[in-house]
Design a protein around this ligand. Structure first.
Ligand code: NAP
Ligand code: GLV
Length: 325
């Protein structure tokens, strides 16, 4: 029997792919970017599965080239790279990798929040460059976490894991999500508030919403002006949730104090982007889930979803379950 053909637009470590080796014929691209090499593109009409990264757009155009596709498995929890309605219209189940990356991503959120609050990047660069000439009573002053207010936009899995950690640092928790969560609010001593109230009263604002039509540009000139001037913004969600040009102005003109961004718009952020030139902006290259253990678990889930779809079984983590109705 011929094995189903599966496209990976990008390479992954050999041992992460071992569950697929026996069951499928793998056609592997060259980079995590959006362009497929011609040898991979030529195979699209035969492809029955795709294991995509968040950088690979699964668009109408792509689907038109893959008429035999039975399953799309995204190795990420976010799926804004995928035209979900188009997949659903074609009856193609789409899988993602929730939960396994929650704790690792929450760890990085706290790392960024602490680093921005205590100006770690600036202080470390100054020390290395010889600007640490004496202990200074006024040098590199930052913000306290203890007793401050953290506003979490999107109290889902990652937002909740961030809140649990933040409680240990003495932060008070507010959240703006679509729905109140009474049990969780009691556990976290958190208050559900409007986005306006959250922005106006939080010392730290941490973004954990998916990128959707409703959240694109949620943080813009108007909402940034609504924040406290001492506020620190952390974006762990998706770059386009924040309007980059508006953030540059806000940081330059002191509407807010600092930002820490694991995600940016665009991605990758070009080296000459003005955000890099701002001492009060810390940027990491979308590494929320980048631990050895977490990335391996994500690959495992992505393989499980893919194999289930190829067998015609329900995906363990399906984001368009309506395809089964
Ligand atoms: P999740 O459990 O689905 O949580 C998402 C939360 O966002 C939910 O609480 C949801 O509210 C809320 N939400 C959705 N739309 C909203 C809106 N318009 N206004 C306010 N709240 C809204 O997802 P997760 O696992 O925590 O992941 C969240 C996102 O983080 C992903 O979609 C991805 O984009 C991003 N992410 C980034 C990294 C990274 O490396 N930086 C890593 C992993 C994930 P309800 O509870 O009311 O539904
Ligand atoms: C990472 O950003 C993810 O969505 O998994």
């Amino acid at each position: 029997m011929t094995r189903p053909l599966v496209i990976l637009p990008h390479p992954l470590p050999e041992d992460w792919l071992s569950p697929l080796k026996k069951a499928c014929q793998l056609v592997i691209g060259e980079s995590p970017g959006i362009l497929l090499p011609p040898k991979v593109e030529a195979q699209l009409p035969q492809a029955e599965g795709i294991l995509s990264l968040l950088t690979f757009p699964v668009s109408e155009e792509f689907l038109a080239q893959t008429p035999r596709l039975k399953v799309i498995s995204n190795m990420a929890v976010g799926y804004d790279n995928i035209d979900l309605p188009a997949c659903t219209r074609r009856g193609i189940p789409v899988g993602n990798t929730p939960s396994v990356l929650t704790e690792g991503t929450a760890d990085l959120t706290l790392a960024l929040l602490l680093a921005a609050a205590r100006r770690l990047a600036e202080a470390s660069a100054d020390a290395k460059a010889g600007r640490w000439t004496a202990w200074s009573p006024t040098g590199w002053l930052g913000a306290d976490l203890n007793g401050a207010t953290l506003g979490i936009v999107g109290l889902g899995k990652i937002g909740t894991a961030v809140a649990r950690r933040a409680r240990a640092f003495g932060l008070r928790i507010l959240h703006a999500s679509r729905t109140p969560k009474p049990t969780l609010e009691t556990e976290l001593n958190a208050r559900h508030v409007s986005l306006d109230e959250l922005l106006a009263t939080s010392d730290f604002v941490s973004l954990h919403v998916p990128l959707t039509a409703q959240t694109r540009g949620l943080i813009n000139a108007a909402t940034l002006r609504h924040m406290k001037s001492n506020a620190i913004l952390v974006n762990m969600a998706r770059g386009p949730v924040v309007v980059s040009d508006d953030l540059v102005r806000a940081l330059r003109e002191g509407w807010i104090s600092a930002a820490a961004l694991d995600v940016t718009d665009p991605e990758p952020l070009p080296p000459d982007h003005p955000l890099y030139s701002l001492p009060n902006c810390l940027i990491t290259p979308h590494i929320g889930s980048a631990t050895h253990h977490t990335r391996r678990r994500m690959a495992e889930l992505a393989c499980e979803n893919l194999l289930a779809g190829l067998r015609g079984e329900r995906l363990p983590h399906c984001i368009n379950p309506e395809v089964y109705r």
